[in-house]
Design a protein around this ligand. Structure first.
Ligand SMILES: Nc1ncnc2c1ncn2[C@@H]1O[C@H](COP(=O)(O)OP(=O)(O)OP(=O)(O)O)[C@@H](O)[C@H]1O
Ligand SMILES: [Mg+2]
Length: 283
């Protein structure tokens, strides 16, 4: 049976101003899975992520890490954050040191690692996020996408077991977004558990093993991406759109280019493979 590494149980959360942000949220995250969270603006994705590493505490319900309710005592939270790293949506709320290098090394230094180990981890995180050239630069002078990559590097350098990314590709140019997704693939192969939120339905559809859809503070559905995207009422309720691959697939079936029995493609290559090769009729 698969191991549950992180779990939200009956979560309820309202902000101090009375805004109800999470309602009856139940979610089990399996060790090693790739989970995407989709949902419109204000659906509660970022709020949920901040519950996962104890930044916010639920009004009722609980977060469990490896089967145990998390504790909100300082020392326990420090331990939890070694295991569960969250890259915030807004990089400005994550970066605070004067230089990129200092910022990325802050977390590992607080883990009590040797200076050499810290240097190694920072170097690797700089390479992974292609920020090596920026290491001496003051963080406040970086472009938005560069800040985003440095904030990702800061969490990677902690080497957490579960890595949570809140809209990681928003603001990244296409090449860096693609390379970031490749990096996630590498982490996944190492057995890390990855959760991300995104508004990019194409990315969520092709990348994730499992999808959770949020609307107005609730998880309204979760499951295999191909099953969820075939439910139009769900897509409409959560302000989503069909992934490009499914649009194409449905169009090709409708026009008779593909038999309706063709399996739903998960990737562009799946779709291309299912289209018959054109036979040469000129000879
Ligand atoms: N600090 C806060 N104080 C009061 N209300 C807040 C605060 N932060 C968020 N909210 C409210 O909580 C709800 C959930 O917000 P949240 O940021 O979790 O949504 P989201 O799904 O991450 O949205 P987005 O896609 O825009 O990032 C919204 O109604 C928002 O207005
Ligand atoms: Mg958000």
């Amino acid at each position: 049976m698969s191991e549950i590494i992180l779990e939200a149980v009956d979560l309820e959360y309202s902000y101090p101003d009375g805004t109800k942000a999470l309602s009856n949220v139940n979610l089990k995250v399996q060790k090693g899975e790739k989970l995407a969270i989709l949902g419109s603006n204000g659906a509660g994705k970022s709020t949920l992520f901040m519950q996962f590493n104890g930044i916010y505490r639920p009004n009722s319900g609980s977060i469990k890490y490896q089967g145990q309710d998390i504790s909100y005592k300082n020392r326990a939270l420090i331990e939890l954050r070694k295991q569960v790293g969250v890259v915030f949506q807004d990089p400005d709320s994550q970066l605070f040191s004067s230089s990129v290098y200092q910022d990325i090394s802050f977390g590992p230094l607080n883990l009590g690692l040797s200076e050499e180990e810290v240097r190694e981890r920072v170097k690797q995180a700089l390479i992974d996020t292609e920020t090596t050239d920026l290491e001496d630069k003051p963080t406040h002078l970086l472009s938005y996408g560069q800040k985003k990559r440095v904030s990702i590097a800061g969490v990677l350098a902690m080497e957490p077991e579960v890595i949570i990314f809140d809209e990681p590709t928003a603001g990244l140019d296409p090449r860096h977004a693609q390379e970031f997704m490749q990096l996630l693939e590498d982490f996944s192969l190492e057995g890390k558990t990855i959760i991300l939120s995104t508004h990019d339905v194409d990315l969520a559809y092709s990348w994730s093993d499992r999808l959770a859809i949020m609307s107005s503070g609730e998880i309204i559905a979760h499951g295999e991406p191909r099953e969820l995207f075939l439910r139009p009422e769900l897509i409409e309720r959560a302000d989503l759109a069909l992934p490009w691959l499914l649009e194409m697939y449905c169009g090709l079936v409708e026009k008779g280019w593909l038999p309706p029995s063709t399996p739903l493609p998960k990737t562009r290559d799946d779709l291309l493979r299912s289209i018959p090769t054109k036979t040469d009729t000129t000879g």
